[in-house]
Design a protein around this ligand. Structure first.
Ligand code: SF4
Ligand code: SF4
Ligand code: SF4
Ligand code: FES
Length: 671
């Protein structure tokens, strides 16, 4: 544990942990030290000189973003001399910055505007310099206007730290410029359009491309929620004006580098208004689907359920909320009386691996192991996990990559092992046990005949010397990975592909009857499908009900289509893969006549003439973390072999097609 240090800042005494910067320490006492290049959570670089402070007994002002607290320090943050120095910095910046605050979209949330106001500078005393750089508007996500750039470097650093490495400084001094490697438009670089640089930029140099005259920041209602588009379940803040979502940001402190969201989470919301959105129930009339009323659609559905026999099936995605899942479980069990219920989770995970995962904090890990998963910001497979691993590695943690293919994350790994993952885990276990004097007999016999390699020895050395290891694994490798944790105490997390896998499993959406595969291969008479699922052909069922937000190819084949609200239009909760319960909050009203899933399930039960037992999930059950690891065979469980990137693309196909994401080359190729 780090020691605490006592110091005085502007007369306030404060105790903070050793290693804290003066800037962060001041923030804790409620004193804001002006800063332009500091990013919370990252090392200060001392570039802008805005954060200069006086240290009693020191030889001159020091930068508060780089200087660390010391016992007994006395700090002044706002002397006349310091104010003059800050004024000079702002004066200089304003000589190279457009002065069009009255029409600038960033006005009101621009740090430069705030500091110019605070220092009382209306116009620069220096000769104005107008660079006239071209504006990059060639993509629908991010507008880059270098004339507004104050060269703080935040965008360059966040992009580098998360491993995308797209932005660079070109040139030196005031004439320098932030560019891509070839100084071309973003789409000609490795940019993933995650928008982290937009969140980091303190001025109008990097902005969402469509923000012009869509209202000022202070006019937006802010709703904190969770992105449910992939297994990461990232925290988001949704900004709404007149019931329309204007923008989505990562839910992190302003100018913090801690959180990340990908292009789907940030820009997919356009699809809420796309022409593929279903805003009214539909029923099949001959070869066509025609809009109808809820009353009519629910009556047809209720009549079908009342008369359907044992060959009734229910399939749901894991992109629904806990309350939806619980209501659906009750509808299936108590009202429809079918045990044929399954979810898309069964395509990539067994329930135990998801339920038994450990609770971890990646920021404390000094060693990360990726076993059988390929998180990638570029292929949009669990991009947030890729970004946080790369961030952690750039801050000193080590990575071991174990995969049957050479994955991109392998480029930052200390040890990159390519081959059969379960066998590699066994080799690493063997290397670990060969250095240990006391080895459990069962483990010894499980590893008899396994030989080690130089790479497995290197990996085992990292594991043996690590203080805090996290193994992120494919659910099919959970048992094999836990064998490593028996030897090292590592935490193991099975990573699912959908956000609320743990929630839907806890809610009981896994019956004892037909499985997902049974149901889509034509064994039902009546099939009820909820959410966007990764298949597009109508299964061979006499009657098909599809409950979804978009007119998917599958919905076009249905007999009844029930329009559901998206997660941005729904409230409830979800459980992420670490067992953390998160609140999902409705940011805008459901489009047209669409309704939240749980409301539709309740209405079906009502029309059938009964009431659902419960729409509540036992949260305590959901967050019960990892059972004790016991030795299991070093094997990959069979039957969970979906390709993560194409699975994630397929469950987000409507969002991608109905939004500016369709512009992305790979999305078009996937169409
Ligand atoms: S959008 Fe993301 S990848 Fe592209 S430049 Fe910005 S931070 Fe880098
Ligand atoms: S574009 Fe924005 S974040 Fe990047 S250096 Fe310029 S002002 Fe800073
Ligand atoms: S990484 Fe996944 S959960 Fe996070 S913003 Fe992207 S799609 Fe949403
Ligand atoms: S914030 Fe300290 S020098 Fe820029």
């Amino acid at each position: 544990m780090s020691k605490n240090v006592n110091l005085k800042i502007d007369g306030n005494t404060i105790k903070v942990p050793e290693g804290t910067t003066l800037l962060d320490a001041a923030e804790k006492t409620g004193v804001h030290i002006p800063n332009l290049c500091y990013i919370k959570g990252m090392r200060g670089i001392g570039a802008c000189r805005m954060c200069l402070v006086d240290v009693e007994g020191g030889r001159g002002p020091v930068t508060a973003c780089t200087a660390k607290v010391k016992e007994g320090m006395v700090i002044d943050t706002n002397t006349e001399n310091l104010q003059d120095m800050r004024k000079f910095v702002i004066d200089l910046i304003l000589s190279m910055h457009p002065l069009d605050c009255m029409t600038c979209t960033k006005a009101g949330v621009c740090t430069l505007q705030q500091y110019a106001y605070d220092t009382g500078i209306k116009e620069s005393t220096f000769t104005r310099k107008d660079f006239g750089y071209p504006v990059d508007t060639a993509n629908p996500f991010i507008k880059r206007d270098p004339d507004y750039c104050i060269l703080c470097g935040k965008c360059v650093r966040v992009c580098k730290e998360q491993g995308t490495n797209v932005l660079e400084f070109m040139g030196r001094g005031v004439g320098s410029k932030v560019t891509t490697a070839q100084d071309g438009p973003l789409q000609e670089s490795d940019c993933t359009f995650c928008g982290s640089c937009v969140d980091a930029c303190p001025v109008n140099s990097l902005l969402e491309a469509d923000r012009w005259r869509k209202g000022r920041e202070w006019e937006y209602e802010k709703t904190d929620s969770v992105c449910l588009s992939c297994g990461n379940g990232c925290d988001i803040t949704i900004k709404v004006k007149d019931n329309s979502i204007i923008k989505i940001n990562t839910r992190a402190d302003d100018t913090s580098s801690e959180k990340y969201i990908c292009a789907i989470g940030r820009f997919g919301f356009d699809s809420l208004l796309s022409d593929q959105r279903i805003t009214a129930p539909m029923k099949r009339v001959g070869n066509d689907l025609q809009e109808t009323t809820w009353e009519d659609a629910l009556k047809i559905v209720a009549d079908k359920f009342k008369t359907s026999g044992s060959k009734t099936g229910v399939i749901s995605s894991a992109g629904i909320l806990n309350e939806d899942a619980s209501a659906l479980a009750s509808l299936a069990e108590d009202v429809i009386k079918t045990k044929n219920i399954d979810t898309t989770v069964s395509l990539y995970a067994d329930a135990d691996s998801i339920r038994s995962s450990d609770i971890v904090d990646i920021d404390k890990a000094d060693l990360i192991v990726l076993a059988g998963i390929n998180p990638s910001q570029w292929e949009r497979g669990l991009p947030a996990l890729d970004a946080s691993i790369r961030k952690r590695v750039s801050r000193g943690a080590k990575l071991i990559a174990i995969n049957s293919e050479d994955i991109k994350a392998g480029e930052v790994a200390a040890v990159n092992l390519i081959g059969d993952e379960a066998s590699i885990l066994a080799m690493i276990a063997k290397s670990l046990t060969s250095k240990s004097k006391k080895v459990d007999k069962d483990m010894e016999s499980a590893l008899s005949g396994v030989s080690t390699t130089e790479d497995s020895d290197n990996a085992s050395e990292l594991l043996a010397s690590s203080k805090s290891t996290i193994i992120y694994c494919a659910p099919s490798l959970f048992n094999a990975s836990r064998n490593i944790s028996i030897l090292t105490g590592a935490n193991v997390v099975a990573v699912p592909l959908e956000a609320n896998s743990r929630g839907v499993i806890t809610a009981g959406l896994s019956g004892e009857g037909m499985t997902y595969q049974d149901m889509i291969t034509g064994n039902t008479d009546l099939l009820y499908i909820i959410g966007e699922v990764p298949f597009t052909q109508r299964p061979d069922s006499k009657f098909l009900i599809v409950q979804t937000s978009y007119l998917t190819r599958l919905a076009k084949e249905a007999d009844i289509v029930l329009p559901s609200a998206t997660y941005l239009e729904s409230s409830g909760s979800m459980v992420n893969y670490l067992g953390k319960v998160k609140k999902v909050n409705k940011a805008s009203a459901p489009a047209g006549d669409s309704k939240e899933h749980k409301e539709i399930f309740t209405s079906i039960a009502k029309v059938i003439g009964t009431k659902l037992k419960s729409t509540k999930v036992d949260i305590k059950k959901a967050v019960k973390a990892g059972s004790k690891a016991k030795l299991m065979p070093f094997e990959k469980q069979k039957g969970f072999d979906v390709d993560p990137a194409s699975f994630i693309d397929s469950i987000n196909a409507s969002m991608i097609k109905g939004s500016r994401l369709s512009w992305l080359k790979e999305a078009l190729a996937a169409d």
